[in-house]
Design a protein around this ligand. Structure first.
Ligand SMILES: [Mn+2]
Length: 395
């Protein structure tokens, strides 16, 4: 099975070269920054109070798990955006591309984020601003599932931000501002947005189950030791289950891994996933057959797993740059940010975004040595849909 949408929405390969696709990938770095910074803080305060996409289908009193059981509740054009880690350029182009694709299909675009907006990138603040702007401008059409890096909190007593990950450069940056004292409006805005983001992420669900059996979460699902505790759908709201949705890591080759509760990020295997699918479907009445997630960062920014045959899994990231701690041998200088389109009864289809190298350099590589700096390429923003091939390795 190919994870790629090789034909486009209308099913014709020549749509790839249409002007619509060309326009979709032309958000410059300067434009992305300008758009992000155009949102007044007062409007963000309203945004974080809103109920987001699918949240009216939240389960139980805790409302941290969403079960969309009615197929008619599924929008015709539903897209997934993966890990961003401060990649504002990836986000702006993903959204432009999704809007253009949806226009072609004649329907409104809906987006579900797979989490990890912050850390390991310098533009986390602007990425959050852009997210809030999207929610403001598209009420009810944007949903968010926080990642482990988004589990941040404001500690009023200590006057500090806290994170569940280490290192946590977004929170560290905010605390550094607090340590030296906010010196201008920009500092104050960063602190304010940080506090609003804490509330925002804390109130979001950790998993969405769609009616065709697709599980959407940042990382995983309740591991083997929790399966006996699952008697009804509301049991998925338990703290350990929520933690597993956000933190578990995938083992590509192991059938089973033992839950290691000494770490939040213990691994699961393909039989573990199939066993969860069986329990969810048969005991909880929540049809579960496949999963889309983020969390791991495959060099090609997406991965499928041949061993996950019965219940397939797709991992995507929407980062268009190589991160500081990624080896230049493994990850290209200009990896293609990936998004995915929901396709009923299948794994979502991956779309690789051809974001211009000059824009990626302007956003992320301005400190690059001349030898590493790429030549300006006029053809770099030329749209291309993906090549139908399988990734090598990954995650
Ligand atoms: Mn991540």
């Amino acid at each position: 099975m190919s994870p790629f949408d090789s034909t486009g929405l209308s099913g014709k390969a020549d749509d790839i070269d249409s002007p619509i696709f060309a326009r979709a990938t032309l958000v410059s770095w300067a434009q992305a920054l300008e758009d992000a910074r155009s949102v007044p803080i007062s409007e963000i305060r309203t945004v974080v109070e809103q109920r987001l996409l699918f949240e009216d289908r939240s389960v139980g009193a805790a409302r941290r798990v969403v079960h969309v059981s009615d197929p008619s509740a599924l929008p015709a054009s539903l897209w997934f955006i993966g890990d961003l880690h401060g990649d504002l350029l990836g986000l702006a182009n993903a959204w432009a591309y999704i809007q253009a694709q949806s226009r072609v299909a004649g329907c409104e675009p809906f987006v579900l984020f797979l989490g990890d907006f912050v850390d390991r990138g310098v533009h986390a603040h602007e990425t959050l601003l852009y997210l809030f702007r999207m929610i403001r401008d598209n009420p009810g059409r944007v949903g968010v599932l926080p990642g482990n890096h988004d589990e941040i909190a404001w500690d009023t007593e200590a006057n500090r931000f806290r994170s569940e990950v280490n290192p946590a450069d977004y929170v560290d940056g905010l605390n550094a501002i607090l340590d030296r004292g906010p010196s201008d409006d920009e500092d104050a805005a960063r602190i304010e947005v940080g506090k609003l983001a804490c509330t925002f992420f804390a109130n979001r669900p950790r998993a969405v189950f769609l009616p065709d059996g697709l599980l959407v979460a940042h990382a995983g699902f309740p591991h083997a030791d929790l399966l006996p505790t699952l008697k009804a759908v509301d049991d998925l709201n338990a703290g350990d289950c929520l933690q597993d949705f956000v933190w578990l890591r995938i083992s590509e080759n192991a059938p089973r891994k033992r839950p290691n509760r000494a770490t939040k990020g213990c691994e699961f295997g393909y039989e573990n996933f199939s066993e969860f699918c069986t329990v969810a479907t048969q005991r909880l009445g929540v049809t579960t057959r496949r999963m889309i997630r983020g969390h791991e960062h495959p060099p090609s920014r997406f991965a499928t797993y041949p061993n996950y045959q019965r219940n397939p899994v797709l991992t995507i990231n929407t980062m268009c740059r190589r991160m500081d701690d990624e080896s230049s041998l493994r990850v290209e200088r200009f990896p293609k940010a990936c998004i995915a389109r929901h396709v009923p009864d299948e794994l979502p289809c991956v779309h690789q975004l051809p974001i211009g190298e000059s824009e990626v350099s302007a956003a992320y590589y301005h400190d690059a040595t001349p030898a590493e700096a790429p030549a300006e390429s006029s053809g770099s923003t030329e749209p291309r849909l993906v090549e139908p091939s399988h990734p090598a390795g990954g995650a």
